[in-house]
Ligand binder design. Structure first.
Ligand code: PMP
Length: 398
């Protein structure tokens, strides 16, 4: 009897888009989900993605199944994109890699594998991307938090972070955002990453990098993997999940990769075999189209350069909106400091608005952002930025 099924609440992020779509107010704004919009407010397909796609169509490829681990060439170039061409473990064939259903799918597969091999907990930053918690809980892990952000100062709580990492049980898996931390937009500096790496060494922790914004932090996709590369150089056998949703704008194509660095090629083969054992009864094998696009781009130096340039264009537009939003709030005479809006990086502004203010923003001004006050700057445009600033001013000063 389905009538006995309790009604589940809407998803905290996707549910916002559903509510937004139902709203018939002409100036409504969706700054909930992290999906890039061009300055006209429209979804954006990178020209290099279009070009690769047209080439693929002309090639008249078949639609046979992928292998369980996905497209080997995609995995190869995806891993080089993150780890770098000079990565020693890659050259020594001791990295196990599979194509995944984007970042989310990779997180889930690795969560399940961790659980199966005896991990009871996973440590995530507080705060973190909302979906991390149910992903790992559903994989059978207890999710524990380490300090990350100080709301009072809108800054990284670095001492709290180090203290917490020092105190967690030896051998634990720690999730780290590779760059452009979601939702806070605050990353450790390279010196701070080094200290985290040292603590991870001392405590024999398993660093698990979630890399969903490579290209949105510094604006140069090639530089944004610096932290995880340093961990590999420091000798950590990291695990890594990559998403190609945001940087390549391939959201709905579900393109991602999961990789695990091992000590030897034999170990890597064993890990790969276990990843495949998990994938086969889960979704059997991943979709091909998006992976073919990324593979085509990253296999060509020219297309890769074009990609980096076009991704940087998105990052720059977001930055200009940060400046405009902050300036407008200041011009309106806000009594709060909005400095953090321009200090933060990546797709989001962690505004510091309270839950009540967020609700007022939605009910009074038809602006949809998550209850933690996170605003997707990727949805802010020249056309709506003033409206958003005035509305924020209204709910924060009213
Ligand atoms: N990790 C983080 C930190 C994210 O912000 C996101 C997307 N919002 C993801 C992973 C996964 O996204 P996707 O499944 O679309 O790759």
């Amino acid at each position: 009897h389905w009538s006995q099924f309790p009604m589940a609440p809407p998803d905290p992020i996707i549910g916002l888009t559903e509510a937004y779509l139902k709203d018939d107010f002409p100036d409504k704004v969706n700054v909930g989900v992290g999906a890039y919009r061009c300055d006209q407010g429209m979804p954006f397909v990178l020209p290099v993605v279009r070009e690769a796609e047209n080439e693929l169509v002309a090639e008249e490829l078949d639609h046979e199944y992928s292998g369980i681990a996905g497209c080997p060439n995609f995995v190869d170039v995806a891993l080089k994109f993150a780890y770098g061409d000079d990565c020693v473990p890659l050259k020594e064939n001791r990295v196990a890699g599979v194509q995944t259903l984007s970042g989310t799918g990779g997180l889930r597969v690795f969560g399940e594998v961790l659980h199966q091999f005896g991990h009871k907990h996973i440590y995530v930053p507080n705060p973190t991307w909302g979906n991390h918690i149910p992903i790992f809980t559903n994989a059978g892990l207890e999710v524990r938090k380490y300090r990350y952000y100080d709301n009072a100062t809108s800054n990284l709580d670095f001492n709290g972070l180090l203290d917490d990492l020092q105190a967690i049980p030896e051998g634990s898996c720690v999730l780290l955002h590779a760059c452009a931390h979601n939702p806070t937009g605050m990353d450790p500096t390279m010196e701070q990453w080094k200290q985290i790496s040292n603590v991870a060494k001392e405590r024999n922790l398993l660093p698990f990098f979630d890399c969903a914004y490579q290209g949105f932090a510094s604006g140069d996709a090639r530089k944004d993997a610096a932290a995880l590369r340093m961990f590999v150089e420091d000798g950590h056998n990291i695990a890594l999940v990559q998403s190609f949703s945001k940087n390549f704008g391939l959201y709905g194509q579900r393109v991602g990769a999961l990789s695990v660095v091992a000590d030897t090629p034999d170990e890597a083969k064993r890990v790969l075999s276990q990843l495949k054992v998990h994938i086969r009864p889960s979704y059997s094998n991943p979709p091909r189209h998006g992976a073919r696009i990324v593979s085509k781009i990253l296999s060509s130096e020219k297309k890769t350069d074009e990609f980096v340039e076009q991704c940087m264009g998105m990052a720059k537009r977001i930055d200009s909106m940060r400046i405009k939003l902050r300036n407008t709030l200041e011009e309106l005479g806000s009594s709060r400091s909005w400095e953090h809006v321009t200090k933060q990086i990546g797709m989001f502004a962690y505004s510091g608005m309270s839950k009540d203010e967020v609700v007022a923003l939605r009910e009074k001004h038809h602006i949809y952002c998550t209850l933690d006050g996170r605003i997707s700057m990727a949805g802010v445009t020249s056309k709506n930025v003033e409206y958003i600033a005035k509305a924020i001013h209204d709910v924060t000063e009213g």
